[in-house]
Structure formats: C-alpha cells, structure tokens
Design a protein around this ligand. Structure first.
Ligand code: 13P
Length: 254
C-alpha cells in the first residue's frame, strides 16, 4: 500500500440478489461503513438497481456506484443493451471493462473493450479495467506475458489526458470464485509488474498515480495481508461483497 495513491474497495455483485436483497445489503453497508474513511467505497450492482442504490448512498462521502458493463455503442437499435450515457444519467461514476467473465462467456475482444472504454470516457465515467491470466498460463510460467499483452493491447490506445479516469484490477482467473487466492507475494509481484508495464506505456509518474486493485477470492480474512503489498491499492471483491460485514471489514483492511 502506498499512502499517496487512492485506495479503493469495490464490490462486484455479478448477477446476484433481488431488489429487496439489494436494498437491504446497501443499507447495511452504508451504516456499517460510516466510520471507515480514507478509502473509496464502490459497488457494482446489476443494472435494474443502479439508480435506486445511488439515491441511498448519495450523501455518503467517498461512496460511489458503478455498472458491471456498458454497450460499445453510443445509442440506437441495440435491443437489450445499456449505454454509458444512460449509466451516467442514473448517477453512476464507474464502469467495469474487461472482466474475465465477460471475456470468457461473452467473447469480448480488445476491440470491444476499447469501444466500451471510449463510451465510458466520453460520458464522464471512470473505468476499472480488469485483466489476469488463466490457470494454465500461470502453470506454464506465461502469466507475465499474458498480463503484459492484455495491458499493452488496450492501454496503448487509452488517452493519456484521461488517465485520472483509469483504475486497474488484476484478477487471476484461477482465483475468481474458487476460494484459491493469490498469495500476498504473488499479488505484489504481479502488481509491481503491472506498474512497470504501465510505466512503459505512459510514464513512471503516471504509473505511480494509477491505483491497482487485486481481485480473486479476496475476503475479510485475507484482505489485510494482500493490501499490505506496496503496489496493491485495494480490491475488487466478488462473493465477499455480498455480505455487509465482510465487505466493510475488507474496506477497513488498510
Ligand atoms: P470473487 O471475489 O468471488 O472471487 O470474485 C472476484 C471477482 O471476479 C470480482 O470482479
């Protein structure tokens, strides 16, 4: 953890919870996190709840709502899609781009990821760009190459003057939803590599300002150790973000 960079704990709810459960969860998080400061609190609920949940947290300092996805198009005849402009107008501040579940199950490629980033930035939304290697890639010692490719292919097209709107999230696919977390050493080692890569694409000064989150079975028990890494600036939390107490414990783990 570096004291100058923004610390962020974000909850990716994925496709979970009904309306009442979502309301109850955010109300509990709001109450239980009131005394926690110095960290940006962020939730990514499913689309139908965005506006309602934003209203509930609107007076909470440093508490933001984001969307798990957006269309790569601006508007028009794309039945079932949701645009970045709509998400912004519902009071959201962030979009997740490049999550491994979207890459794997919806075949999202770099071109689409870049189009989504463009839409997000044009609509004053910040981007959490996710990347991470598969288990086979780690086993074959290819994890650094994979991450370098994922970063370079997208970030070399990211506008430098919008860098304050970029947050990175390293999520090794083998750790997502599996209960198998990267060790604090593995996380720090990769985060340092990510920062070096970002430094090469932009500059060392810029790389030093970009927050890099860890995601993949991060929970109330292991967050403190993971966040202790010099280049680990917070977490992108799946399962453990669905329990208010656990999520707030993670927010307080710096
Ligand atoms: P889990 O915390 O459930 O492993 O999910 C991580 C994740 O994919 C967050 O985006």
């Amino acid at each position: 953890m570096n004291m100058e960079r923004k610390k962020i704990v974000a909850g990716n709810w994925k496709m979970n919870l009904n309306w009442v459960e979502a309301y109850d969860l955010v109300t509990a998080i709001k109450e239980q996190s009131k005394k926690i400061s110095g960290v940006e609190k962020l939730i990514f609920p499913p689309f139908p709840y965005l506006q309602m949940l934003k209203v509930i947290v609107k007076d909470e300092p440093n508490f933001y709502v984001g969307a798990q996805n957006c269309s790569e198009h601006a508007k028009g005849a794309f039945t079932g899609e949701v645009s970045a402009a709509m998400i912004h107008s519902a009071g959201c501040s962030y979009i997740l781009v490049g999550h491994s579940e979207r890459r794997a199950y919806f075949s999202e490629n770099n071109e689409q990821l870049l189009a989504k980033i463009k839409q997000a930035l044009e609509n004053n939304l910040k981007v959490i760009f996710c990347f991470g290697e598969l288990l086979a890639e780690r086993k074959n010692g290819k994890h650094f190459d994979t991450v370098q490719d994922q970063l370079t292919q997208v970030l070399s097209h990211f506008p430098k003057d919008k860098i304050h709107s970029l947050v990175l999230a390293y999520e090794p696919v083998w750790a997502i939803g599996t209960g198998e977390t990267a060790s604090p050493q593995q996380a720090q080692e990769m985060h340092a590599f990510v920062r070096k890569t970002v430094s090469g694409i932009f500059s060392p000064e810029i790389a030093n300002t970009v927050s890099i989150l860890y995601g993949g079975s991060c929970n109330a028990q292991n967050a403190k150790e993971l966040f202790a890494g010099e280049d680990v600036d917070g977490g992108l939390i799946g399962g453990a973000s669905l329990k208010a107490e656990d999520f707030c414990t993670i927010m307080a783990s710096f």
